[in-house]
Design a protein around this ligand. Structure first.
Ligand SMILES: [Zn+2]
Length: 245
């Protein structure tokens, strides 16, 4: 086989390897996935407890504010006691005083409950943090190991980039831009292998390996003899013959 396919097939292989290597570099390596998930989970748990502590603190502050307001009012009512002149006014004032005292009591309960839930959250947080310290240490150790592996991977990417560039240079500008368009259009998978089958009359039939559409024998000849770019009539991918074919 000669012709553009001779460069396009290895170019595609190189681009596949390049993408895999890039994904590897940008992601978390397989041997770290589990640890990474556990680490993130624990971090989220800690953040949730920290939020709970904050929330309880705010509730406590709110209750304290309400208590001092109510105490202020209570003080005023108590000062007015000596100034009332009728039995009715006196009764009404006593009722207000009673209401304030009950309010204060209820805010005190709220404040106490908030304090208890803060203490519980702080205790849980402390436990989580202690348990996390070990995991975090292991995680950073693995991260360092992963960082140490990255330069080799970066080198590999550079090497693959160079190979891809060399292969691109072998293509005419027209063919290259056609390939780039198809590469884009098919989400990085612009090639389809031709598959051979026989029907019940022992006739050899060729199909597109991607969409199963029939490939004309003439196309197979063009691909085999001239390494021409032939697109599948249906899915418009570049057809190629697997090496043994
Ligand atoms: Zn097809």
């Amino acid at each position: 086989m000669t012709g553009p396919l001779e460069s396009i097939i290895p170019l595609q292989t190189t681009l596949d390897q390049l993408r895999a290597a890039q994904e590897q570099l940008d992601g978390i390596p397989d041997w770290m996935t589990e640890l990474h998930a556990e680490h993130s989970e624990r971090l989220a748990e800690i953040a949730k407890l920290e939020a709970a502590v904050e929330e309880a603190r705010a509730q406590r502050r709110g209750a304290e504010g309400e208590i001092s307001n109510a105490q202020e009012k209570l003080k005023r009512y108590q000062e007015q006691i000596n100034q009332v002149s009728t039995q009715r006014e006196y009764g009404a004032l006593l009722q207000e005083i009673d209401t304030m005292k009950r309010q204060i009591e209820s805010f005190e309960e709220q404040g106490l409950a908030a304090m208890e839930s803060r203490e519980q959250a702080e205790k849980d947080l402390e436990e989580q943090r202690q348990a996390f310290a070990d995991l975090d240490g292991r995680y950073h150790g693995e991260l360092a190991k992963w960082e140490a592996e990255k330069p080799a991977l970066e080198e590999k990417i550079q090497r693959l980039d160079g190979t891809a560039e060399t292969l691109r240079e072998r293509l005419s500008p027209g063919i290259l831009s056609q390939f780039n368009r198809l590469f884009e259009r098919h989400g990085g998978h612009p090639l389809a292998a031709v598959q051979l089958s026989e029907n019940n009359r022992d006739q050899r039939l060729w199909h597109c390996g991607n969409c199963n559409y029939l490939v004309r024998p003439q196309s197979v000849v063009e691909i085999r003899n001239a390494g021409s770019i032939v697109l599948c009539d249906s899915c418009k991918r570049v057809l190629f013959l697997p090496s043994e074919e």
